[in-house]
Unconditional design. Structure first.
Ligand SMILES: NC(=O)c1ccc[n+]([C@@H]2O[C@H](COP(=O)([O-])OP(=O)(O)OC[C@H]3O[C@@H](n4cnc5c(N)ncnc54)[C@H](O)[C@@H]3O)[C@@H](O)[C@H]2O)c1
Length: 393
């Protein structure tokens, strides 16, 4: 596809919607020239006041009160779907049917049946249909992945991965879409989906899980008065609703290459707002990424002689990771970046893919990858229900 201009819309103006809006605004500023102008057409949200605020802040032309307005606008080529997970299917199907490329937030849905339907309709089109796994685009993660793939890090056998957060520790936090749904759709799908995908992105496919435990700590929450975005606190009504999904999930996993993992995720982990860590250890290597230091990673290998062997800190630089080449306004090593930048990198790849623009960057996850993570989540849930039994993926 080649165009003089690409028109985009973001559905959902909440916590992650803004990151997508900013990503489209920035996408043309990185990774060299060659893209046509990106027209920031519309932000759509049932909370039209919020849609207007976000449209104004990020320079979008229009604010719409419903996603259908974007679906029915023939000038829009591509959309990000950034609303609660149970709404993704209906919107994605309508957008794909209207011929629009889709970047859908993770997980693709709350149900495997919905996600399979989304994959099916996407596979019947020539459109790009991606799952927004933003952490994949971290240059340090890409660097570790490359080092394992090209054999520089030899024989990884053990993975230790966690994504812990504290956004739900306060029982006075309002009821919202994140706390509704079956077990497995809570922390495991919200945070766990990221770390499961990341572990597989770096170490290859997971073939079985075992030892799963899913727990719910805060079992009911008050409904908010008015609209709530992301993890915000709010004025509460007297009315309560049960929390029906998991606050915490732990499990072990076995990879196709024989490596084994322990993986933990929680939204009630006090004092840890956004604690994502992936450690890969083997007989001749060790690599660790810790989101608290997003622009560096630790590596240990056989290169130094035994007297100086040990962990080395690698600061991400243009030559460390191809994802970081020309990815910030001031190029160089140890020039950091933030979480918002990962959305820009992801959206740049989405646009390159739509336009079939030559790119050295790995493709984003597609909806099939998102469905695959959901199948792992389903296996973890089964393991939990069967007292920790081993369940094949
Ligand atoms: N990649 C990441 O790091 C990341 C981070 C946060 C959230 N997410 C994902 O993004 C999605 C949204 O999460 P969030 O935290 O931004 O949610 P949010 O609750 O902050 O925002 C959702 C927005 O959707 C709007 N909305 C609800 N129903 C709508 C409808 N029918 N049409 C249009 N708008 C509607 C709400 O008014 C709200 O503004 C989820 O799928 C979540 O998993 C991803």
């Amino acid at each position: 596809m080649s165009k003089e201009q690409l028109s985009v819309a973001v559905i959902g103006a909440g916590m992650a919607g803004r990151s997508h809006a900013n990503g489209y605004r920035e996408a043309n500023t990185i990774h060299g020239a060659g893209l046509p102008p990106i027209r920031l057409a519309a932000i759509a949200d049932v909370n039209v006041k919020l849609a207007k605020e976000v449209a104004d802040r990020y320079g979008f032309e229009d604010a719409a009160g419903s996603w259908e307005e974007a679906a029915n606008d023939p000038s829009i080529d591509a959309v990000s779907i950034v609303v609660g997970n149970s709404l993704h299917r209906e919107i994605a199907e309508a957008m794909l049917a209207a011929g629009k490329h889709v970047l859908c937030e993770k997980p693709p849905s709350n149900s495997i049946e919905d996600a399979e339907a989304m994959v099916k309709i996407a596979s019947q089109s020539n459109l790009v249909a991606s799952t927004a796994y933003s952490f994949r685009r971290n240059p340090a993660i890409e660097a570790i992945r490359d080092l394992i793939a090209d054999g520089s890090l030899v024989n990884p056998v053990l993975v230790d991965a966690r994504y812990l957060a504290d956004y739900a520790t306060d029982p006075k936090g309002p009821m919202g879409w994140r706390f509704r749904g079956e077990m497995g759709t809570g922390a495991l799908s919200d945070l766990g989906a990221h770390i499961i995908d990341l572990a597989e992105y770096v170490c290859g496919p997971i073939v079985s899980v075992s030892g799963a435990q899913l727990t719910t700590t805060i079992t009911e929450r008050h409904l908010p008065i008015g609209n709530v975005i992301g993890h915000d606190m709010a004025e509460l009504s007297e009315e309560t609703e049960p929390v029906t999904n998991d606050d915490t999930a732990i499990f072990t996993a076995t990879f196709d290459n024989g490596a084994v993992a322990t993986i933990r995720t929680s939204r009630v982990a006090f004092g840890l707002p956004n604690d994502l860590v992936l450690t890969v250890t083997g007989t001749e290597c060790r690599a660790e990424f810790d989101w608290k230091r997003p622009a560096e990673f630790v590596v240990s290998d056989m290169q130094p002689d035994a007297r100086t062997r040990g962990d080395r800190v690698v600061y991400v630089a243009p030559n460390t990771s191809r994802v970081f080449d020309d990815a910030v306004p001031m190029p160089g090593g140890n020039i950091s970046f933030g979480y918002g930048d990962l959305f820009t990198y992801e959206i740049r790849v989405f646009i390159d893919e739509i336009l079939e623009h030559p790119s050295a960057l790995p493709r984003n996850a597609d909806l099939t990858d998102g469905l695959h993570t959901m199948k792992i989540v389903e296996a973890i849930k089964k393991s939990h229900e069967q007292g920790g039994a081993t369940v094949k993926v």
